[in-house]
Design a protein around this ligand. Sequence first.
Ligand code: UT7
Length: 323
Amino acid sequence: MIRSAIIGCGSYSPERVMTNADFEGLVDTSDEWIVQRTGIRQRHIASEGETTADLGEKAARAALADAGIGIDQVDLIILATSTPNNTFPATAVEIQHRLGMTHGAAFDSQAVCSGFIFALTTADQYIRTGYAKTVLVIGAETFSRLLDWTDRTTCVLFGDGAGAVVVSAVEGEGTSADRGILTAHLRSDGAHRDKLYVDGGPSTTGTIGHLRMEGREVFRHAVGMITDVIEAAYAATGLGSDDIDWFIPHQANRRIIEASAKKLGIPAEKTVITVDRHGNTSAASIPLALAHTVREGKIRRGDLLLLEAMGGGFTWGSVLLRW
Ligand code: UT7
């Protein structure tokens, strides 16, 4: 059977770094509060004029170089973002053009912090049906543009960045020993749409709006939703926490990651945490964390990777894959 394997990955973080101390003059907060409650120590912020397409293009080029393929071999580009350059066209077509791709197709996918999981799962579907052989999946965000910089409950949490993977068709036996995506599970529940949202948009206010979040409410639901989709992945494959080599969660809050890992029985040394370095970068956070871990030389061929995310919508999902 056809499986979708990640054959390359890359990331890009804007040069400008904002530390927790940099917020101390802006809002009533402290490095101690931010580190204790979130694990975040710094985030990267796009410079003026630097866009989601700029970040996504750089991550995409890095992923293509890592995969050792040219853009001519890519059939489809899926960009996960909630911060597109423009309301339309899709930022994916801007990146497609910049990469010099004149064939195939490109589109954006929007599931906020779960965006990368949704886009990767979409790529898997296109590949397994034979519609595409190689898909470039990008998560890129400039969340700094959505923040209310006077609201301490949100502005300290987010950052800008991009990560990308090249996903390609490989032959598998149909067992959990195969290379590639073994199972994927997506969920959403719009009943929670007002707990994490942007208070503007083209069809409502005609403005971009600002990010609003009931942080405690999101936190309250996060661990249960995350474990729900991970248990679904285990049930679908017969695999379990003991089999996981690397747990690569969405990087929103260190406490959510540690509570989820604890509930699932995944040890700390197998849990990837990079939120300290880049804050919550929404759809970019999983490919950023993945690329960091790959660059550190930690992930080996054959390792079992568990990816998960939960965010606005609510949306949540998991992907279990063999490297
Ligand atoms: O990407 C997916 C979606 N996002 C998330 O996963 C985020 C989920 N939520 C969280 O990570 C946490 O709820 C937060 C980090 C947002 C907040 O942590 P918390 O432990 O839930 O704190 P809290 O909201 O209960 O606030 C505790 C106190 C409050 O003061 P009072 O009411 O106790 O006097 C807040 O006003 O901390 C205050 N506070 C702050 N203090 C200093 C809130 N933000 C700040 C701040 N600095 N930046």
